[in-house]
Write a protein that binds this ligand. Sequence first.
Ligand SMILES: [Zn+2]
Length: 280
Amino acid sequence: MEIDRNSRIIRLTEPSKLVAANDDHLDGRDPRELDPDQRAVVREDLAKVPRENSPTPRYGGLHRLAIADFENAVATAEPDFSRYRLGFNNRDLLGSIAKDLNTRFGVNIHYGYGASLEAFANDPRQIGYGFRAARTDGFHIGEKVVDKLVEPFEAPIDRRAVATFAIAHEFFHSLLRHPDVDGAGIPMPKGWRIKKYEKYRALMEIQVDYLAARYLRVLGLPLDPVMAMFQRPGEFPEGKDYPSGEIRAANVASAKEAEFRLDLFSNEIVDCLDFLESLV
Ligand SMILES: [Zn+2]
């Protein structure tokens, strides 16, 4: 099958019916600004739009990752990472990142905290080993891991960028249903196809790194601290499931280009463009 990249880009970058239905009520506002009654109206509207792969209403978040005016994005002061304290409880800051992701993508992916990954040790659908564990129905924010990632940075905005990247990485594993793709015995999500089983796992990391980097840009956050994190010697070695830190840094850098990289989602290893478009 030939992928018509041009028509795909148009489909990905044009607001879908879903966004249009949504925008009638949003009137340019952020969904978070809606009061509960307004949200109910939007949800009702969205329920009328058939979305095969979308069990929950979405707010066109992926569309925004594809078309955002990155150059003019300005970071807000919130969440204020000058309040981040190494070794202490930062759950209000970290939780607000997870909440924002859920709001922007119109989903309710659960998240929990903790220093270890034990809670997921017996779950065959766990993913994101040694970072935080993510599952389709939830992900795990390892606070000690976040501490370790942000520690080398002093500027609050750099710390915020790195923490946001790490949480968004796990969130996107869930949103793209990677744990189901990866899970033995679990049906492949509709719109997903694996062509090279020996190579898809590392590519999934590249996919979510890329989306997380685009998300930082939507928020007006810098990518350089994330690239510096991946380039730190010995911290992100190449493994069976993970590309090298150098490759991951270069992938994050590619999110600086305006054009959305469809090639990460349709190539000789996987094709999940139909699934991706179901999220737009
Ligand atoms: Zn991962």
